[in-house]
Design a protein around this ligand. Structure first.
Ligand code: ADP
Ligand code: MG
Length: 253
C-alpha cells in the first residue's frame, strides 16, 4: 500500500501540492513536495524538528509564498495575491500550537469576529453558530470568559471552534497539543478525533502517535524538506520503508 514520493495524483484531491519548493536564503526547506489530501481525508504529517512541516502548512494557507511549484485547492491554484486568494484562504482553517486567541476579547467574540468581518455573516447568526460550536467542543458555559480565564486545553478547543466558524473545507493543525500540559492533551485530541470521524478534511502535524494511528487515513513522513513516504498508519508504523523513518520511529516510540 505504501507509495513513495511522486505518489499518483488523485483526481478528487481537495488539496494538492505539486513540486513545491521553498527556500529561506541558502536553506532549501521544501524540496519538490508532492502531497494530495482528498476531501474527507485525514493526513498526519510526521517528521523530525526542522524537517519543514510548519513551513508546508504556512505555504498552504499562504502565510508564506512558494518559490516554485503549485498549491491547488479544490482545482484552483492559489494565486499570489488578490481577491481569489482571499476567497481560497478563507476555506482553509488553521490551528496553531500557540492558540493565538485575542486576549482582550471574549471567547464568543474570538469566534464571531472573522465570520462577521470576512464572511459578512449577520452578528446574531454568527453568535448562534458560535454558541453551537462551543457546545460541540464542550465549552458552552465559557462564551463570556476571556482566554486568560481558560486552561490551555480549553483555549485550544476555542481555537478549533474559531476555525470551524468559517466553515472551512480543510483545517491545518500544526502541533495543536505541543504547548499543552499532558493532562489537557486528551481533550483536544478527542475534539479532533470527532471532527475526523465527521468527515472534516484535515492535515495534522503532531507527535501524538496514538492519534496518528487512530485517526489518520494516511501518514506522510517528512525529512529535510522532502516527503520520503506516505502510507496508511498501520503500514507506516509497522513497516516504515525509509531508514530515516525507522530512525525517527525508534527515537519517539
Ligand atoms: P518543522 O515544523 O518541521 O520543525 P519548520 O518548517 O519550522 O520545520 O522549519 C524548517 C526549516 O526552515 C528549519 O531549518 C528552520 O530553521 C527553517 N525556517 C523556518 N522558518 C524560517 C524563516 N522564517 N526564516 C528562515 N528559516 C526558517
Ligand atoms: Mg513546526
Amino acid at each position: 500500500m505504501a507509495s513513495g514520493p511522486g505518489s499518483a495524483a488523485r483526481a478528487d484531491a481537495l488539496l494538492q501540492l505539486r513540486g513545491v519548493n521553498k527556500r529561506y536564503g541558502q536553506a532549501h526547506v521544501l524540496r519538490d513536495v508532492d502531497l494530495d489530501v482528498a476531501a474527507g481525508e485525514v493526513v498526519v504529517l510526521l517528521g523530525p524538528s526542522g524537517s519543514g512541516k510548519s513551513t508546508l502548512c504556512r505555504c498552504v494557507n499562504r502565510l508564506e509564498t512558494v518559490d516554485s511549484g503549485e498549491i491547488v485547492l479544490d482545482g484552483t491554484p492559489l494565486p499570489a495575491e488578490g481577491r481569489e486568494l482571499a476567497r481560497l484562504r478563507a476555506q482553509v482553517g488553521m490551528v496553531f500550537q500557540s492558540f493565538n486567541l485575542f486576549g482582550h476579547r471574549t471567547v464568543l467574540d474570538n469566534i464571531t469576529l472573522a465570520p462577521v468581518r470576512v464572511r459578512r455573516l449577520a452578528p446574531d447568526r454568527a453568535r448562534a453558530r458560535a454558541l453551537e460550536l462551543l457546545d460541540r467542543v464542550g465549552l458552552a458555559d465559557k462564551a463570556d470568559a476571556h482566554p486568560a480565564q481558560l486552561s490551555g486545553g480549553q483555549q485550544q478547543r476555542v481555537a478549533i471552534a474559531r476555525a470551524l466558524a468559517m466553515d472551512p473545507r480543510l483545517i491545518l493543525f500544526d502541533e495543536p497539543t505541543s504547548a499543552l500540559d499532558p493532562e489537557m492533551i486528551g481533550e483536544v485530541l478527542e475534539v479532533m478525533t470527532e471532527l475526523a470521524a465527521e468527515g472534516m478534511t484535515m492535515l495534522v502535524v503532531t507527535h501524538e502517535m496514538g492519534f496518528a494511528r487512530r485517526a489518520a487515513d494516511r501518514v506522510a513522513f517528512m525529512d529535510q524538506g522532502r516527503i520520503l513516504e506516505t502510507a496508511p498508519p498501520e503500514a507506516f508504523f509497522d513497516r516504515p520503508e525509509s531508514d530515516r523513518a525507522r530512525d525517527f520511529l525508534a527515537r519517539i516510540l
